[in-house]
Design a protein around this ligand. Structure first.
Ligand code: NAD
Length: 360
C-alpha cells in the first residue's frame, strides 16, 4: 500500500520526536511491504521564521494532498508575549481547520513497565485499553451568543452549548467504526438528565447505533463517567462524548498512563476518495523548550501516533499492533528516556527510536 504522509516536525522537541517516529514508520513499512511517500512542511515557530506565517499556503497544499499528517509540536518561548493570531500555536488550529477534522482520539493504554508511574493502584489500571473520542468542532467552545456584558451587579457572562444532528452523527460514526475493530463496545457520555444538547446527543447516538448491530452501546452521565474512569478504567473500550466533556475526560484519561511523553493523539475527519480517513496525528505534549536540543525527549507519544495513523487512517491493524508491541518491548527492556527513569543512565531520544525500530 502507498502511504502518502505529510510530516510537520514543528518546533523544539517536536522535530526530535518526529525524527524517531519517521524512523519507526520506515521500518514497519518495509517489514510489511508498504511504500511510504513522505513530504515535509513547515508549521509553527519555524514557519514564522522562514515564511512570516505559522501556517504557510505550501503546508496547506501539502496537507490537502496527503492521506494523513504526522505532526511533532509547535511553540517557541520567544513568541510567548505576542498576540494570539501571531503565535506558532495558531498554525495548529489552522491545520485542524484546513483538514476538517472533527473527532479527537486519545488512545489510553497501560503498560506493565509503567504501572508504578500511574496515580492509580496497579491492579486497577493494569489492562486498561481504551480510546476517548472527543467531538472537536462544536459545543460550548464555539456556540453563540457568547461574551461578557454589563458592569457591577449587572455584569453577566454567557456561553452557548449547541449541537446539530449531523455534528453528532458523524463523530458517533467514527466511534462505532473504531469499536468494530476493537472490543465492539461504545460508551456514550452526556448529561441528558439536565441539558437539552445531551438529550439530542443521546437520541442521535441511539439512532446511529442501529447502523452497527455488531457493536454494543451503553450510556453514562458525565459525572459517573469521570468516576468510572478512575474506579474501573478497564470497563471502557471506545468512549464518545461532546467537546467540553471530552476535553476534561481525556485529560483525566491521560494521567492513567503515566508520563505525558507517552501519549499519542489523532484527529479524524471524513474518508478520502482513496479510502483513508483524513487524520492529523501528534503526541499530546508540546515543544518542551526546557529540554529541547538535549536528546532527552521521550519519543513514545510520537511513535504511538504512527501506530494510530496506521490503524485509523490506513486500516493497517497488524502494522499498528507491531509498533505498539515494539514500544512495549523497549519499555520492558528499560532503554527509556529520563522522564521514565528516575535512576540509572537514561537512553537518548534517538537510542529509543533505534530500539523500537530494532524491536519491529
Ligand atoms: P510541554 O508539553 O511542552 O511540556 C510540559 C513538561 O513536560 C515540560 O517539563 C517538558 O519537559 C515535559 N515533557 C513534555 N513532553 C515531553 C517528552 N516527550 N519527553 C519528556 N518530557 C516531556 O508543555 P508546556 O511547557 O506547557 O508548553 C511548551 C510549549 O509547547 C508552549 O509554547 C505551548 O504553547 C506549546 N504546546 C504545544 C502543543 C502542541 O503542539 N500540540 C501542546 C501543548 C503545548
Amino acid at each position: 500500500m502507498q502511504l502518502n504522509i505529510l510530516i510537520l516536525p514543528g518546533d523544539g522537541i517536536g522535530a526530535e520526536v518526529t525524527r524517531e517516529a519517521v524512523k519507526v514508520l520506515h521500518k514497519v513499512a518495509s517489514k510489511f511491504h508498504h511504500e511510504p511517500v513522505l513530504s515535509e512542511g513547515l508549521l509553527g515557530g519555524i514557519a514564522i521564521h522562514k515564511t512570516g506565517t505559522p501556517l504557510p499556503q505550501e503546508t496547506i497544499d501539502l496537507a490537502l494532498k496527503a492521506d494523513a499528517t504526522l505532526m511533532g509540536a509547535v511553540g517557541l518561548p520567544e513568541f510567548d508575549n505576542v498576540a494570539p493570531d501571531k503565535r506558532p500555536e495558531r498554525g495548529l488550529l489552522g491545520i485542524r481547520k484546513v483538514l476538517g477534522v472533527y473527532a479527537n482520539l486519545r488512545p489510553v493504554r497501560s503498560y506493565k513497565a509503567l504501572l508504578d508511574s500511574s496515580p492509580l493502584k496497579n491492579a486497577l489500571v493494569d489492562g486498561t485499553d481504551m480510546i476517548i473520542v472527543r467531538e472537536l468542532t462544536g459545543g460550548i467552545y464555539y456556540g453563540t451568543p457568547r461574551g461578557i456584558e454589563g458592569s457591577g451587579a449587572n455584569e453577566r457572562a454567557v456561553n452557548t452549548m449547541a449541537y446539530t444532528r449531523p455534528e453528532i452523527e458523524r463523530v458517533t460514526r467514527v466511534a462505532f467504526h473504531l469499536a468494530q475493530n476493537r472490543r465492539k463496545k461504545v460508551t456514550s457520555v452526556d448529561k441528558s438528565n439536565v441539558i437539552e444538547t445531551s438529550q439530542l446527543w443521546r437520541k442521535v447516538v441511539i439512532e446511529v447505533a442501529a447502523e452497527f448491530p455488531d457493536v454494543t452501546l451503553d450510556h453514562l452521565l458525565v459525572d459517573t463517567a469521570a468516576m468510572q474512569l478512575v474506579l474501573n478504567p478497564r470497563r471502557f473500550d471506545v468512549l464518545v462524548t461532546e467537546n467540553m466533556f471530552g476535553d476534561i475526560l481525556s485529560d483525566e484519561g491521560a494521567v492513567l498512563a503515566g508520563s505525558i511523553g507517552m501519549l499519542p493523539s489523532a484527529s479524524i475527519g471524513d474518508k478520502k476518495p482513496s479510502g483513508a480517513w483524513v487524520g492529523l496525528y501528534e503526541p499530546v505534549h508540546g515543544s518542551a523548550p526546557d529540554i529541547a536540543g538535549q536528546s532527552k525527549a521521550n519519543p513514545f507519544g510520537a511513535i504511538g501516533s504512527v501506530a494510530a495513523m496506521l490503524e485509523y487512517s490506513f486500516g493497517l491493524k497488524d502494522e499498528a499492533a507491531a509498533v505498539n508491541r515494539a514500544v512495549e518491548t523497549v519499555l520492558n527492556s528499560g532503554r527509556v528516556t529520563a522522564d521514565l527513569k528516575p535512576s540509572g543512565k537514561p537512553a537518548t531520544t534517538s537510542e529509543v527510536g533505534d530500539a523500537v525500530a530494532e524491536a519491529i
